[in-house]
Design a binder for this molecule. Structure first.
Ligand code: FAD
Ligand code: NAP
Ligand code: SF4
Length: 674
């Protein structure tokens, strides 16, 4: 078969070993490292990705000693006893032609514990605990710990290690002046500051021999003040090659950087230009990364000469079969990572086991099992939002006869609004995936059909996934012509004026504010626009790629006020790893966020409210209601009467705190057992 992805699927010869293709499953902390039966669960998780065709896997970060922990008692590799547990993973992966490297990560001052250490005692702006500068003898013992950890990785059966030298972790803290103020031989000049990573690699190569993969994750673009210049990055890459690194992987941005690097509003492949600058500077293969989520974009990056290999991490949570589907030229069947971070990074940062919004099976491979069925049931699913789609496709995949009834003229439910928000274009992909799966598993789709209880008795089982209805708050003047609902706004049913107040600052309030403040092309679709908006210097003439660069923000389309009754930070309930981006972005667009309000009335003048016992009026053209939602389950009672075998899922089941992650998770778990 002629491949659509010849560059991506080409083997990569490293001299002593060959990778079967140019796909790296990048390092992700899943939280499985720390749970009961974690190694068994990790083995199942990685095995599925190896079976799915990945050429090279890098594990989540493992600390070389306890001071390097990311959080208290997070995983470290310091003994043969622990190494033997890792064999479950390496043996599972090696059943296939896939190589696996263990990432060694010393968190340095990012360690969320009081034992953390760094190059100097400068606390990170995002850290809770103070940090302590390593003494000269502790630097030597830390290097020894990296070497011991590599030896143990080899003993555990890994094909190599990845040394984490980016994202602002310990090694990065040594490299740049921002965090390294030492005046001994490990600080001062650049040559001194890079001694720490070079010594680590030199010693590992010396002790582990030639036939052991060493990947170095090099921070090519720090995106922080006081980061490296491009010339410094190139110098380090060349010296890393000399001391024995086999592959250089690209690191983009420190955790404390205020530039989004992987969230959904970042354009696809937005940072591959950074790796491209390094092409030709060294003779070893280079890996590029960040927001590469389809085989098409991965192929283009390679065909355009931006790198020798592509790293994707979250796309393998979304679809373990990614590579095999690319091999079979079936990329339309790939469940695409939409870069929402909701079930992966947000979970990891909260200490919860990661999963995936679009694929709840991820990291739960031993728990949610889609068994073939013994008796075919005839199932009707009512509502083609995320919950209904996930249920219908899962049950049909297992062999049930499924009918999907949707009252509107398209599948997708609220995702049809989400995908219209500038920066959320990826949500189209989930609907494309579900459409392909509905066809593949022969679900009988009935659009423009409103379900009523009299239809229920034709089926063995009724699944109500009828979603929500927006809440209409009890405010005097709520029926005033100035007042509109978010659905009408997003469906372009109203022309919103030049000033607007939004009642409710949850996920939808923020999205509507983004939608209404926006003018022209979405910056998420064009790398140059995105970099300009966030102040990234694509010529890389400034330190860290940002120093001295002012964001170039277009004038907002209208004046927007975003209000909530709670007294806390506006948008506090947004995602842990993305909330700051939404707040930052709206502030840049001069959206005024007001908390602690009591709504008094809406009239011809505008929105009247009280704050701290003072009365205010926002003289706005429109007031948009984004005040949460209620379950749309009025047909439930009657259908239950007709057919006792009725189940209710998604927003129809519970509207408060509902999101697509919960809706899809509930649907898949339920359909796995029907
Ligand atoms: P819905 O999506 O509401 O789907 C219900 C479906 O049932 C609809 O298609 C409706 O037409 C149909 N229906 C209703 N009654 C009947 C009937 N009697 N007969 C036939 N069909 C019927 N969530 C996230 O997790 N992350 C996000 O980033 C995110 N962004 C969002 C942005 C916006 C602008 C909006 C509006 C929502 C967003 N959400 C997000 C929320 C997410 O979309 C919802 O949580 C999710 O859609 C709920 O899924 P559901 O299937 O339960 O309901
Ligand atoms: P939400 O997050 O629950 O927010 C509802 C907002 O309305 C809150 O700001 C609340 O704040 C306010 N509110 C509630 N009752 C009110 C009342 N009676 N009168 C006035 N204001 C009231 O719900 P949502 O914004 O509708 O979003 C729905 C779901 O979709 C959420 O679960 C959300 O997580 C999900 N979603 C997620 C994203 C994302 O990017 N992850 C984006 C969009 C939607 P006060 O009570 O303080 O006023
Ligand atoms: Fe991608 Fe969202 Fe799944 Fe994370 S949760 S892997 S970002 S789709």
């Amino acid at each position: 078969m002629n491949s659509n992805f010849p560059n991506l699927l080409k083997p990569l010869d490293l001299g002593f070993t060959t990778l079967r293709n140019r796909v790296l499953m990048g390092s992700m902390h899943t939280g499985l490292e720390e749970v009961k039966n974690g190694y068994k669960r990790m083995a199942a998780y990685f095995e599925l990705r190896a079976k799915g065709g990945v050429g090279l896997i890098v594990t989540g970060g493992i600390a070389p000693n306890f001071r390097g922990w990311v959080a208290p008692f997070s995983s470290k590799l310091t003994s043969k006893r622990i190494a033997r547990k890792h064999r479950l993973i390496t043996e599972a992966v090696h059943k296939y032609d896939t190589k696996i490297c263990m990432q060694i990560l010393h968190a340095g001052r990012y360690g969320y514990h009081p034992f953390n250490v760094s190059a100097s005692n400068i606390k990170s702006p995002i850290a809770k605990f103070k940090t302590k500068a390593l003494s000269e003898s502790s630097i030597q013992s830390t290097i020894n710990d990296f070497v011991r950890c590599s030896k143990l990785a080899k003993y555990a059966g890994y094909d190599g290690v990845e040394i984490m030298g980016s994202e602002g972790y310990l090694i990065n803290q040594f490299i740049v002046k921002r965090t390294n103020r030492r005046n001994d031989k490990w600080g001062g000049s650049y040559q001194n500051r890079i001694k720490f990573p070079l010594e680590i690699v030199r010693r590992i190569r010396e002790e582990l021999g030639k036939e052991f993969i060493i990947i170095f994750r090099l921070s090519m673009l720090d995106l922080v003040e006081g980061g490296s210049t491009w010339e410094e990055v190139v110098q380090l890459a060349k010296e890393l090659e000399k001391v024995g690194v086999n592959i250089i992987n690209t690191g983009i941005g420190w955790h404390e950087s205020r530039i989004p690097t992987i969230a959904t509003m970042v354009p696809r492949g937005a940072f591959s230009w950074v790796t491209k600058r390094m092409m030709g500077e060294v003779d070893i293969p280079l890996i590029t990364t960040n927001r590469i989520n389809t085989p098409e974009i991965a192929e283009k990056v390679l065909a355009d000469g931006h790198a020798d290999m592509v790293s994707m991490a979250r796309p393998f949570l979304a679809d373990p079969e990614f590579v095999n589907k690319a091999i079979e030229n079936k990329s339309e069947e790939i469940n695409t990572c939409i870069a929402c971070n909701q079930a992966c990074l947000d979970h990891a940062f909260k200490g919860k086991v990661a999963s995936c919004l679009v694929n709840p099976l991820a990291c739960h491979e031993t728990e949610i099992i889609l068994k073939k069925i013994s008796k075919v049931k005839s199932i009707v699913v009512v509502g083609a939002g995320p919950a209904g789609l996930a249920y219908a496709t899962t049950a049909a995949k297992r062999g049930h006869k499924v009918t999907l009834i949707e009252k509107s003229n398209s599948i997708g439910g609220q995702f049809n609004m989400a995908k219209k928000i500038p920066g959320k274009e990826e949500f189209h992909e989930t609907l494309r995936y579900f459409q392909v799966m509905l066809e593949k598993y022969k679900v009988d789709i009935k659009l423009n059909t409103t379900f009523n209880s009299s239809m229920a008795n034709q089926y063995d089982k009724v699944i109500l996934a009828t979603g929500i209805i927006p809440r209409k708050p009890k405010i005097t003047g709520i029926d005033h012509p100035k007042v509109v609902g978010y659905i009408d706004v997003l469906n372009n049913k109203v022309n919103i004026g030049s000033s607007v107040a939004l009642i409710g600052a949850g996920g939808i309030g923020f999205d509507v504010a983004e939608y209404l403040s926006h003018k022209g092309e979405s910056t998420s679709l064009k790398t140059s626009l995105f970099m300009k908006e966030w102040g990234v210097d694509m010529n890389f003439l400034s330190r860290g790629g940002i120093e001295g660069i002012k964001p170039d923000i277009s004038k907002p389309e209208r004046k927007i006020y975003l209000l909530q009754r709670k007294n806390g930070k506006v948008g506090a309930g947004l995602g842990k790893t993305t909330g700051w981006i939404h707040r930052f972005s709206l502030r840049n667009k001069e959206v005024k966020m007001i908390n602690n309000v009591e709504y008094n009335k809406i009239d011809d003048k505008g929105l009247h409210y009280t704050r701290n016992k003072k009365e205010f009026v926002l003289e706005v053209d429109h007031v948009v209601i984004c005040a949460g939602q209620l379950s749309n389950n009025s047909i439930f009672e009657s259908s239950k009467m007709v057919n006792n075998n009725t189940e209710i899922i998604g927003g129809a089941f519970l509207a408060s705190e509902l999101d697509a992650k919960k809706a899809i998770d509930q649907a898949v778990r339920s359909a796995a057992n029907v």
